[in-house]
Design a protein around this ligand. Structure first.
Ligand code: DX5
Ligand code: ZN
Length: 218
């Protein structure tokens, strides 16, 4: 099963974001962009204007990860191309079916993210053919640079089993603490879309860091 790696721009040198994207562009399928409202998580990241600025300088796929109280209004504020992946959290208190409808109406790809302490069974009612991806968080959302939580591997296993049992096709994504030492294991369990911030941006040679990670999923 092919596995795709998406740099998470949260870890980038933010005052040189354009340079970062120009360096990575020839080597990646797309970018994971965290949006945080300092309420759903205790941090702020990537305002709408910054997301739009990124979309102006790359045609690569964007994967928005909305860590916000109101994932619906965030959708309304973003003008992004078809095939943008949009991850909203199962823990947010909004009507999930409405969010999914809004996303498919824009030709975006609905993804449901789940925090480490949330039971995976909470997703099951929502998983049907309209869901493009489930995003397993392998750290508490809010910050880059945290250690990978190994319990998330069991969550991937449960999702793989549920998907087979119900003959579904959703992708499985993972976010948080991924590095060259863990990536192979995560992929073997069945993660297909993997994002990483620190493992890429803590290396002065971004492309070498990408290559190190890619070795684990080749
Ligand atoms: C964490 C974010 C992640 C973060 C990943 O809340 O959702 O996307 O940028 O950072 P690393 O790869 O450093 O854990
Ligand atoms: Zn993220």
């Amino acid at each position: 099963m092919p596995v795709t790696l998406y740099p998470s721009l949260m870890g980038a040198d933010l005052l040189n974001l354009e340079r970062e994207i120009n360096t990575l562009n020839p080597h990646v399928t797309g970018y994971h962009i965290d949006i945080m409202d300092n309420h759903f998580v205790p941090n702020i990241a990537f305002g709408f204007d910054t997301v739009h600025a990124v979309a102006r300088i790359t045609t690569k796929q964007l994967w928005i990860h909305a860590m916000v109280d109101n994932p619906t209004s965030t959708i309304d504020q973003l003008q992004l191309p078809a095939n943008t992946v949009y991850s909203f959290h199962i823990e947010s208190n909004f009507m999930k079916k409405d969010i999914i409808k809004k996303l498919t109406g824009k030709n975006w790809l609905p993804s449901i993210a789940i925090k480490p302490k949330t039971d995976v069974t909470q997703l099951f009612d929502l998983l049907d053919a309209s869901i493009y991806q489930v995003l397993v968080m392998s750290v508490e959302p809010g910050f880059a640079g945290q250690p990978f939580m190994p319990d998330s591997l069991a969550k991937i296993d449960e999702l793989v089993a549920f998907r087979a049992k119900h003959k579904l096709n959703f992708m499985i994504g993972i976010d948080g603490g991924i590095n060259a030492a863990i990536i192979a294991q995560v992929a073997q369990h069945g993660a297909q879309q993997i994002t990483a911030a620190s493992a890429i941006f803590s290396n002065p040679d971004r492309v070498a860091a990408l290559n190190d990670l890619e070795k684990g999923i080749a």
